[in-house]
Every structure is written in structure tokens, then in C-alpha cells.
Design a protein around this ligand. Structure first.
Ligand SMILES: [Ca+2]
Length: 144
């Protein structure tokens, strides 16, 4: 019985830490409060949007000017289909491109020429459904 209680405590701790970790990523609801992803030609980030957290803003730089792919993807869950959109903005807040539909669980901007030294913003906008098991992922990488 004691062993079980210890196990339960560990599980609770892991869950509460996970919640804190996600909560820490969530002040980024506006461009002014965008969260820094990094400065690299290969970047990864994750987050959550929902019906009560409608958008996430991120910013990043690339080291080398290069045609790049920018992907928003998520793991499909159950019957309630999650959906979201991805937008790329320049430093001044002008929309550069909205990611076209790529598949039911991803949006992809292909071959966009990202320039070194420029600040770019990504906005993930909630559309429908919910993510309960895992966050969405953002992937920035050079085009193949
Ligand atoms: Ca948010």
C-alpha cells in the first residue's frame, strides 16, 4: 500500500511539473509577447492552443539565408478533430504567408526564402477540436 502511495505521488509530481512547463509557454498570446524559439536553420518548438487559448506567437532567426520549410503538425486524437493554422510575419508585423493546408494534421509553408539577420514571427491560430495527449509541433528546416 505504501509503495502504491509513493507511486501515486510520483505520478502527481510528473503531471504537475508538466502542467507548469506548458503554462510557462503560454503568455505568448500576442505579437508583443512572442516567445523566442532560437537562431538556427533547424528549429523545433511545441505548444498548445485551444478554445480558451486561441493563438500562440513565436519568433526566430536563421543563421544562413536559405529556402526553408515551416511546418505545423500534430498527432490526431480520437473523433474530435483538432485543427489550427500557421502564419509567418515579418518584423514589422506584416503577414508574409499563411501556410496552405497540407494534410489533416499539418500545415506547411514550402520553399520560403528566409534571410539571415531578419526577425520572423510565427502565429499558430486555433481553429477547432482539442489536443489532450500531446502538444502541436513547429518545425523549421532548410528545403531539401
Ligand atoms: Ca497561447
Amino acid at each position: 500500500m505504501k509503495k502504491f502511495l509513493v507511486m501515486l505521488c510520483v505520478v502527481c509530481m510528473v503531471f504537475s511539473m508538466g502542467t507548469v512547463a506548458f503554462a510557462g509557454l503560454e503568455p505568448n498570446d500576442t505579437m508583443d509577447n512572442a516567445t523566442y524559439i532560437g537562431k538556427d536553420n533547424n528549429l523545433r518548438m511545441w505548444g498548445i492552443v485551444s478554445s480558451v487559448d486561441l493563438e500562440d506567437w513565436w519568433y526566430f532567426y536563421v543563421n544562413d539565408s536559405s529556402p526553408s520549410s515551416l511546418t505545423l503538425a500534430w498527432i490526431p486524437e480520437g473523433q474530435e478533430t483538432f485543427s489550427a493554422d500557421l502564419y509567418l510575419y515579418d518584423e514589422g508585423g506584416s503577414l508574409l504567408v499563411k501556410a496552405p493546408f497540407w494534410s489533416y494534421n499539418s500545415r506547411l509553408i514550402r520553399d520560403y526564402y528566409l534571410r539571415a539577420g531578419r526577425k520572423y514571427y510565427l502565429r499558430v491560430e486555433y481553429t477547432s477540436g482539442s489536443l489532450t495527449h500531446s502538444p502541436y509541433g513547429l518545425i523549421i528546416s532548410p528545403s531539401l
